[in-house]
Design a protein around this ligand. Structure first.
Ligand SMILES: C[S@@+](CC[C@H](N)C(=O)[O-])C[C@H]1O[C@@H](n2cnc3c(N)ncnc32)[C@H](O)[C@@H]1O
Length: 322
């Protein structure tokens, strides 16, 4: 049996007998005014971080959600979109789609603003998304793509890129690993399905996005997720997994490389009132300007004494320059 079949079986079980923390560690879901999340959806929170980025949800977007789970994030997206069919949630696991349908019916009873028609649940697979080219503004997935082996992840990302409109956004949350995960753990299909052994390193994860063609990537959060201990996982030293929330933009990759924002800032520290680097960046003395990692590295090389570069905060929310 392939690991993808094992994954489908695992999530059939997870749909039939919801268990808190069965897959990922359960984090409290994001709350918004007048949003009531049914208890069963909270128990079936099988994501690791969040893909709900309110700043990306302006302008009536159409959202494609891959791997519906218990429907929690589909409901949260619908909170912002509030339009018939504006959230298309897909899942290849029949039992998961059925449970998500039931959970969303429950949500209509607790949320007067919510119309069940806002969310359309479809049979579908990350490797063959059931929507047309350049037809959606947002694609989201939480704790699914980390399960995929590298070549499958490439196919899934290409599919995402195909269906996004130009300037569309991919909102993701996945575990990443502090070092490459040992082969014996990667080969364990059940651990992989549980989002514990398929994770890539941060660099590999970001590179996959860039290789797909995303010209800008923003890290919105990065936090500890799980520690794989030496006894249970037959490791020489413990291995830290973190959850990473990102937004990737379908914009062209600049000639000098993609822009990856991780929360770094550049601060001019010289004797003039401002510094013009003649490459499109003007830094006011003493004022932090958000910069992508590429620009941070260039400024640090060009102005080692006049510009201070602050560390990545892993919480970037827009602004600044690439
Ligand atoms: C870890 S759960 C995450 C569920 C949901 N995103 C959440 O945050 O609670 C993974 C989900 O992806 C679905 N899934 C499994 N294989 C898939 C595939 N090849 N394509 C799309 N979804 C898949 C599972 O049925 C399950 O609903």
């Amino acid at each position: 049996m392939s690991y993808l079949q094992t994954t489908a079986e695992f999530y059939t079980e997870a749909a039939k007998s919801p268990q808190v923390g069965l897959c990922c560690i359960s984090t409290p879901p994001m709350q918004f005014p007048d949003l009531k999340i049914p208890e069963i959806m909270q128990q079936m929170n099988y994501g690791c971080g969040t893909t709900i980025q309110p700043t990306e949800l302006r302008g009536n977007p159409t959202v494609l959600y891959i791997g519906v789970g218990g429907g929690l994030e589909a409901l949260q997206f619908a909170y912002f979109t509030r339009r018939q069919g504006s959230v298309i949630a897909i899942d290849p696991v029949v039992a998961m789609r059925e449970v998500a349908q039931q959970n969303l019916e429950l949500a209509t009873q607790e949320n007067p603003w919510f119309d069940r028609e806002f969310v359309k649940i479809l049979a579908g697979d990350a490797f063959a998304l059931p929507v047309a080219d350049a037809s959606v503004d947002i694609v989201a997935q939480n704790c699914l793509f980390n399960i995929f082996e590298s070549q499958d992840l490439q196919i899934a990302l290409k599919e995402v890129y195909r269906v996004l409109k130009p300037r569309g956004r991919l909102l993701m949350s996945d575990p990443i690993a502090a070092r490459p995960i040992s082969a014996h753990l990667q080969a364990d299909e059940r651990l992989r399905a549980m989002c514990l052994s398929g994770a890539m390193t941060y660099d590999e994860y970001i590179q996959h996005l860039i290789d797909t063609g995303f010209g800008q990537v923003e890290v919105r959060a990065r936090r500890p997720y799980r520690l794989l201990d030496t006894h249970s996982f037959a490791l020489d030293t413990p291995l830290m997994l973190e959850s990473l929330d990102t937004v990737a933009f379908k914009v062209p990759i600049p000639n000098d490389g993609a822009c990856v924002f991780t929360g770094k800032t550049a601060i001019y520290n010289g004797s003039e009132s401002q510094l013009d680097d003649r490459a499109g960046h003007i830094l006011q003395r003493g004022n932090p300007t958000s910069v992508c990692d590429k620009t941070a590295a260039k400024l640090a090389t060009k102005f080692p004494h006049e510009v201070v570069i602050t560390d990545s905060t892993w919480h970037y929310n827009g602004g600044g320059c690439c």
